[in-house]
Design a protein around this ligand. Structure first.
Ligand code: ZN
Length: 193
């Protein structure tokens, strides 16, 4: 399992809900936490590890020892948004890029946990920001889509750098072409439907 970086096409994939929580999914969740900790991230969505599943993990401490801070959100739905706040966001698929993003300050979200139970969360602050950032990923939406024109201009060069890296990796055979990637995602989705 590896983190895919912008502009990898899986980051633009809108994932469908999973119909069940099984041992395979629980194993993927464990691996996602490990990959997230290696990258020193606080959240990771399945798209970011090239999987078309509607789920993400977070640990705001970015610390594998802080087990109580580990949260898994399967088929999350944001049911209520309120307020507005700006905060800096980073993303493991955009290494070394941090940028101010304006989002609702509080959210109510429902999701399934790894035990298959539906849970309702009332979140604010960094917690609310993280789950919105990750839920966006599941819809193929990226933080760069939510930037002010000024913030967008500020990251333009960095994004162009990532695009060049991606093209170079692809030429080097490290990344399959778009059709192969989309075929693979469609097959995985069918398998799990
Ligand atoms: Zn992200």
């Amino acid at each position: 399992m590896q983190i895919v970086k912008y502009p990898h096409p899986t980051l633009r994939h809108k994932s469908k809900p999973r119909s069940r929580v099984d041992s395979e999914l629980r194993q993927i969740i464990r691996q996602m936490f490990e990959v997230m900790y290696e990258g020193k991230g606080i959240g990771l969505a399945a798209n970011q590890v090239d999987l078309p599943y509607r789920m993400f993990v977070i640990n705001l401490q970015a610390d594998p020892e802080a087990v109580d801070e580990e949260h898994v959100f399967i088929n999350p739905v944001i049911v209520k948004r309120s307020g507005s706040a700006e905060g800096e966001e980073g993303c493991l698929s955009f290494p070394n890029i941090y940028t101010p993003v304006r989002r609702p300050e509080k959210v109510v979200l429902t999701a399934y946990n790894p035990a298959g139970q539906e849970v309702t969360y009332e979140l604010e602050g960094l917690h609310a920001r993280a789950v919105q950032h990750e839920t966006d990923h599941l819809d193929g939406v990226l933080a760069i889509d939510r930037l002010s024109p000024t913030a967008r201009l500020a990251v333009k060069e960095s994004l162009a750098g990532l695009e060049r890296e991606f093209e170079s990796d692809r030429r080097g055979g490290l990344i399959p072409d778009d059709n192969q990637i989309l075929d693979r995602l469609a097959k995985l989705e069918k398998l799990r439907a």
